[in-house]
Design a protein around this ligand. Structure first.
Ligand code: CUA
Length: 325
């Protein structure tokens, strides 16, 4: 299933449609490189075309060798020095951009997020805010007057993944045993799509990442909603009993209940997320039922086991999960 289906909206992430500070720099640099290589292409192809046409064999020619020229210091210097200078320009400009992005210090209002790559989903933690969620990163929009960029620490629990949201920033590998840092500073509210960009196993393609950029007020509301403990709806207690009685709680956390597992995504506010299984399906009760019954039916290779529940247990459990807003 593709991004368009699961999210209900088309999205074409492009580095040429940036909305965030590091991504603006990457677009500018890309245009510079494109301009230089286009110029080289036009010159080389132009000279080649000229030579092909101007010196083609004409009727009545004897077919002998053209005049032979051996060595020309001027020409050899030109085709050595000019490319060398071009490489120096590309190298220095790229280095300048890389250092400018890497050395950017976090301002006081920066939001700190830790994103953990898992086979095959993203855990998203806000250590300062006490929030844990999955696959859908929420950040505030940033403005010139009061910058609120988001600084992201990248970790992996298993293999190498890669974090890439093309409209927000460059690509950064997510390496086990290493903490990589990057930052985004979006200027326009909206939802931006990313994807794991390093082959990490069977469901590498099933590691969708969305970033929702909120206005400051909306972000405060989102934080407050996520900080709340899980809803406890009396009508769904039977389902909650199923949840705590079977193995769900070994892997999942639902804050406010005994469930405190950490191997799978935090489900405290499961229904606030748009997709299931890191983007493989829209988060609807029908899909949720299919997922709990047999995750592999939606995501072959998913590490969550089929729970082998009866239909009655499934109904109750899904009714409970649907209350976790
Ligand atoms: Cu994770 Cu590819």
């Amino acid at each position: 299933m593709n991004v368009t289906t699961a999210l209900g909206a088309p999205s074409t992430p492009s580095i040429f449609a940036p909305v965030s500070t590091p991504a603006f720099a990457i677009r500018d640099l890309s245009f510079l490189v494109l301009a230089i290589v286009t110029f080289i292409f036009v010159v080389v192809a132009g000279v080649m075309l000229y030579a092909i046409v101007r010196y083609r064999r004409r009727p009545g020619e004897d077919g002998g060798d053209p005049p032979q020229v051996y060595g020309s210091t001027q020409i050899e210097l030109a085709w050595t020095v000019v490319p060398f200078l071009i490489v120096i320009v590309l190298f220095l400009t790229t280095t300048r951009y890389i250092f400018a992005i890497e050395r950017h210090a976090a301002p006081p209002d920066a939001v700190e997020v830790t994103v953990v790559g898992n086979q095959w989903w993203w855990e998203i933690r806000y250590p300062q805010l006490g929030i844990v969620t999955a696959n859908e990163l929420h950040v505030p929009v940033s403005d010139e007057a009061r910058p609120t960029p988001t600084f992201i620490t990248l970790e992996s629990v298993d293999v190498i993944h890669s974090f890439w949201v093309p409209q927000l920033a460059g690509k950064m590998d997510v390496v086990p045993g290493q903490r990589n840092r990057m930052w985004v500073e979006p200027r326009t509210p909206g939802t931006y799509v990313g994807q794991c960009a390093e082959f990490c196993g069977l469901q590498h393609a099933g590691m969708l990442l969305t970033v929702t950029v909120h206005s400051p007020d909306d972000f405060v509301r989102w934080v407050a909603a996520q900080q709340a403990v899980a809803a406890d709806v009396p009508a769904a207690r039977a389902g909650r009993e199923v949840f705590t009685a079977v193995a769900c709680i070994n892997c999942h956390t639902v804050r406010g209940t005994p469930a405190n597992g950490v191997f799978g995504p935090d489900l405290t506010h499961l229904m606030s997320r748009a997709t299931l299984g890191a983007g493989v399906a829209a988060n609807t009760p029908e899909n949720l039922r299919a997922w709990v019954n047999d995750p592999a039916s939606l995501k072959p290779g998913a590490l969550m086991p089929a729970m082998k529940l009866s239909n009655d247990q499934l109904d109750k459990l899904v009714a409970y999960l649907a209350t976790l807003r």
